[in-house]
Design a protein around this ligand. Structure first.
Ligand code: ADP
Length: 265
């Protein structure tokens, strides 16, 4: 089968924070395009990996960026010794063979790239390959999922209304403290009590949001700190390395974050 390498063989650990699994299953059953909204590092990618495994679908992931062209998604002709050969891009592969296609950080993609997904997200469920003069009808199992971080929103980098309105959305945030401590303990390999302290640092950093700090520490950062602690680094030094220094260059904010760390250990 064409997408064998995109199959997820082992269950990715995912700790639900609400009814997102059931809601996604319903949207998948309807093959509805879904947008995962939320800040960076809060579990969106892990969730879709878990869902692809749970639903038994291959997962094709594309990290979007401003240099990503429509051809990067759809495919292109390659010059070979025997002439030109067409190579499907990741989106076309997913459309033809019935995968979930996950476009991460969709707002980073240029508007002309984003519009190629439009005919896939309405009744047509088709992808026109203009350069090849082909209209690929989506495999019945194909589903489009995009991730979107509303925090980075700026007029220049926002989803066009005509794109936005094609998706159902699930909202993600940082999990409640108890759940986040479970996740950090498990992913970092540290005890529950230590994980709870690291999570407390995270919560304090999130309270500094809007007071100079663009974003608080993500779950991913807290796991980094936990992994350093698991390797014998003292907790305060681990938090400085994994949370305080990466988060900000501003000396006052660093002091505020360091004080938050000091209060938790
Ligand atoms: P995003 O895609 O939102 O930027 P990720 O899905 O990559 O973030 O999450 C970062 C890390 O946090 C994951 O690799 C995973 O270790 C952990 N994580 C976050 N939320 C959860 C969760 N609910 N269950 C399990 N792991 C989680």
């Amino acid at each position: 089968m064409a997408l064998q390498t995109y199959r997820i063989e082992r269950e990715p650990f995912y700790r639900p924070t609400g009814d997102e699994i059931a809601l996604f299953e319903a949207a998948h059953a309807a093959r509805m395009p879904v947008m995962l909204k939320g800040p960076t590092g809060c579990g969106k990618t892990r969730f879709i990996e878990h869902m692809a495994w749970r639903l038994g679908r291959p997962l094709v992931t594309v990290a979007c960026n401003e240099d990503l062209t429509a051809s990067d998604l759809v495919g292109r002709h390659l010059l070979e010794t025997e002439g030109t050969v067409w190579q499907d891009g990741p989106l076309t592969l997913a459309v033809r063979h019935g995968a979930i296609c996950y476009l991460d950080e969709i707002v980073e993609a240029r508007a002309d790239t984003t519009v190629v997904i439009h005919p896939l997200t309405d009744e047509r469920r088709a992808l026109p390959l203009d350069k090849r003069n082909e209209l690929v009808t989506a495999h019945p199992d194909f589903q489009l999922v995009v991730a979107y971080n509303p925090g980075y929103q700026s007029v220049a980098k926002d989803l066009k209304e005509s794109t936005r309105q094609r998706f159902a959305a699930l909202e993600f945030g940082y999990p409640a403290a108890g759940i986040e401590a479970d996740i950090v303990a498990r992913e970092a390999g540290i005890g529950q009590a230590m994980a709870a302290r690291v999570v407390a640092v995270g919560e304090r950093s999130r309270n500094l949001r809007g007071r100079g700090l663009e974003e608080g520490a993500s779950t991913r950062m807290l796991i980094h700190a936990g992994r350093l602690i698991a390797r014998g680094v003292a907790p305060e030094a681990a938090c400085r390395m994994a949370i305080v220094l990466p988060l900000t260059d501003d000396p006052d904010l660093r002091d505020a974050l360091a004080a938050a760390v000091g209060a938790c250990f």
